[in-house]
Design a binder for this molecule. Structure first.
Ligand code: SF4
Ligand code: ZN
Length: 734
């Protein structure tokens, strides 16, 4: 390693550790050793420290031993004639820097609780988002799982101009990367430059303004550490595995922009520990030989227009760039972008006008591949701020095409359209909702481009199952009305097909191993009455997905012999799970939370837990941030059981699954549910009450407690007793 870099990194580490020491001492004098500290809404404490050392920093007093540790690993400053190689000491200095930076940021949270917004979006009060909480980690982690986000770029400092900043950000977005921003150069910050250039920043657009100081870079490293702990199922303290996991799976790199200070060198040395290389725009010394990182460690003096390409090359990232011939940028990073108020040029659906999306198969002779028609007004025919009805009808033909594939293709419409910059899409079927921004229209975007996107992308991703595809987009009242009515009949027909199926009516279930890239021992087996715990895959979807991609993540699993009818266990499923988990899990039950339940990974929609005192179970959905009667919030529950294990007493499941007839059937079924958040009750209420009525408990939903009744077992028990909840008279649950 270059001596200059090593000396600077070590000098920087000394400065940051000293800063942490000083700020900690000041906080101790003011608050005392017992004062609780930490990042908001997380089960991972100060994550880099927790991951690397296994140490839980919960109180101010806990920081003392971490500071001691920092000083222990700080290497001696590099002397003029140093005989040793520099890499090891510099990496240690980098690690001490990250620990100290976490302490500094935790003290900041204590002293200025409102400094960061603590959410996905910036607000009027602050543009700094601070540490990602566990809800954000899970949600975004899924994107790392399914490959829609290969990694992140950590940008320190600022670009020479706001135009260059926005160009670099857009280039990174188009490669589907997250952009984590921190630090300052020349009185400017990259996040502020983007805002000045009118770019939307925040988690939804993947442009994450972590914080104004260099120390906020540690939030990026904390995110990477938690990804390894949560999705990789790695134990806290197993630092080697965490670092290797990141090097192999998270395609991240650091882009210092501007003068590289000692503190930046120190922080960058911390990142190199994770295998994240550094690509600088200034002429700092390079470290080209490989070792810790996949390719080079430090590459410097790269011109701004080549920065992103160089970073991608050095990190060894292969990006399939979608070539979609439309006049706006296109990529997964634009999925979360919103179009609001003044910015709206056209709005369709969303309860304001009629809208539907419908994929249907046609005969070969009826489809002209690539033909896109707009029947009714185009954007140029209506003024800004207009509303129109819309029916997007996609017609496909091909020898391999089947009716079962139609909903699979239809489900793609949402994200494919959302990927276009300046276009927002919500929902599907006849509750779809679309907004097109003025900015997109200014760039030349047309309604017709929606069809061009669907043609290009569906061909690219699903070309194997059809030969030809054409799109008709109706925007006139009469046609839309007619299409919506016809589409509704088709939706109904599709729903009754899966609704009518039971686990007994098929000998084949389907696996999903999509989450194994992050939770290696996790295997979902999906039956007609148990959809995937992420809520995204039902049995039909898996079946179609297997036919579309026979070597993909959804494989048929023959049930074979029944081992336990009541709990839902079969020899064929066990064999499959054993193999797919590489011997980690050799059996599980479909319908029980108590006896060897299914494995749970980080992306479950809900987590159920046994409440022994109430003789029942509770379940909580990811979107509910509050405390639950299990004594844990969703995030803590997920952190405890979400690593791909089977944990008796707890199980992850989809929202829809609650209203499927086999839900915890082996433990007594839905009449065991004694607590759910109010929002979940409302969301699934209608179907839930139908199921409950079938079981003879028409009023069950009202007998179930929620957070307005209480969030401890003690607090809800009187309510359950008063309402005569059926669980209280059921056999003992444990
Ligand atoms: Fe992950 Fe299971 Fe959903 Fe597949 S079905 S994506 S394995 S949670
Ligand atoms: Zn998962």
């Amino acid at each position: 390693m270059s001596k200059i870099i090593a000396s600077a990194a070590i000098r920087g580490a000394y400065k940051i550790v000293a800063q942490a020491q000083e700020q900690w001492q000041r906080a101790m004098d003011k608050f005392g050793a017992k004062e609780p500290v930490g990042f908001p809404n997380t089960a991972y404490y100060l994550p880099v420290i927790y991951g690397m050392l296994g140490a839980k920093v919960e109180k101010l007093g806990d920081m003392e031993s971490i500071l001691k540790r920092c000083k222990q690993i700080l290497p001696a400053p590099v002397k003029e004639n140093h005989p040793l190689p520099y890499l090891g000491p510099a990496l240690d200095a980098g690690m001490a820097t990250l620990f100290a930076e976490e302490l500094i940021e935790a003290v900041r949270y204590l002293e200025k609780p409102d400094f960061y917004t603590k959410g996905e979006d910036i607000s009027d009060r602050s543009i700094w988002l601070g540490a990602a909480d566990d809800v954000i980690l899970r949600k975004r982690g899924v994107e790392f799982v399914d490959g829609t986000a290969p990694g992140f770029a950590a940008i320190l400092g600022a670009a020479p101009t706001k135009e260059i900043a926005s160009k670099i950000a857009q280039e990174l977005q188009q490669k589907n990367l997250y952009v984590f921003m921190s630090g300052e150069y020349n009185g400017k910050r990259f996040s502020e430059q983007l805002l000045e250039a009118g770019v939307q920043i925040g988690w939804p657009t993947r442009l994450v303004s972590f914080g104004p100081d260099t120390t906020a870079t540690v939030f990026a490293m904390g995110f990477a550490t938690r990804a390894a702990l949560s999705f990789g199922g790695i134990q806290p303290g197993d630092f080697r595995k965490i670092l290797i996991y990141n090097k192999d799976r998270i395609f991240a790199f650091a882009l210092p922009m501007g003068f590289v200070s000692d503190e930046w060198y120190a922080t960058a040395a911390g990142a190199i520990n994770f295998g994240f290389p550094v690509i600088a725009d200034t002429p700092i010394p390079e470290i080209l030989p490989t070792g810790i990182c996949t390719y080079e460690h430090v590459v410097s003096n790269i011109a701004h227009e080549n920065l992103v390409a160089k970073a991608v090359e050095v990190r060894g990232l292969k990006v399939n760039l979608a070539s979609v011939p439309i006049p706006v940028a296109y990529g997964a990073a634009f999925e979360g972008e919103r179009v609001r108020g003044e910015d709206i040029y056209l709005e369709c659906g969303g309860g304001r006008t009629l809208m539907c999306e419908w994929v249907t198969s046609k005969r070969m002779s009826e489809v002209e591949d690539g033909k896109v028609e707009v029947i009714g007004p185009e954007l140029k025919d209506v003024p800004a701020g207009s509303k129109l009805p819309m029916a997007i009808c996609v017609e496909v033909a091909g020898r391999e095409m089947q009716e079962d594939f139609e909903p699979i293709l239809e489900r793609q419409v949402h994200h494919l359209i959302n990927y276009a910059q300046g276009v927002m899409h919500i929902g599907q079927r006849d509750i779809a909702w679309i907004r097109i921004s003025k900015q997109a229209v200014e760039k030349g975007f047309k309604i017709k481009d929606l069809g061009i996107i669907l043609h290009a992308k569906l061909h690219q991703d699903f070309g194997r199952i059809f030969d030809k595809l054409q799109v008709k987009i109706y925007t006139n009242e009469t046609d839309v009305k007619e299409k919506v009515e016809r589409a509704r009949e088709v939706y109904k027909h599709r729903d009754t097909r899966i609704e009518g199926m039971t686990d007994e009516t098929t000998d084949i279930y389907y696996s999903c191993t999509l989450c194994q890239s992050f939770a290696p021992s996790h295997v979902c087996v999906i039956s007609p009455e148990r959809t995937g715990l992420c809520g995204s895959y039902n049995w039909m979807d898996c079946k179609a997905s297997f036919e579309i991609n026979p070597t993909g993540p959804n494989q048929p699993v023959p049930k074979l012999e029944t081992i336990d009818q009541k709990l839902g266990q079969w020899t064929g499923v066990n064999d499959f799970v054993n193999k797919a988990s590489r011997g980690k899990i050799d059996h599980y039950n479909f319908y029980s939370i108590i006896y060897d339940p299914m494995t749970t990974c980080g992306c479950c929609e809900c987590i159920a837990a046994v409440l022994p005192m109430c003789n029942g179970i509770m379940t909580v959905n990811r979107d509910f941030p509050g405390m639950t009667p299990s004594g844990m919030k969703f995030t803590t529950l997920a952190g405890t059981i979400g690593g791909g294990l089977s944990t008796p007493g707890f199980v992850g499941h989809g929202k829809y699954n609650i209203t499927q007839r086999k839900f915890v059937k082996g433990d007594g079924g839905i009449s065991r549910i004694v607590w759910m958040p109010k929002m979940l009750k409302e969301e699934i209420g209608e179907r839930f009450s139908q199921r409950a009525a079938e079981l003879g408990y028409p009023d069950l939903l009202n007998q179930i407690a929620d957070e307005t009744v209480g969030t401890t077992e003690d607090a809800i028990l009187p309510f359950l007793t008063e309402r005569n909840h059926p669980a209280l008279s059921m056999p003992s649950i444990i």
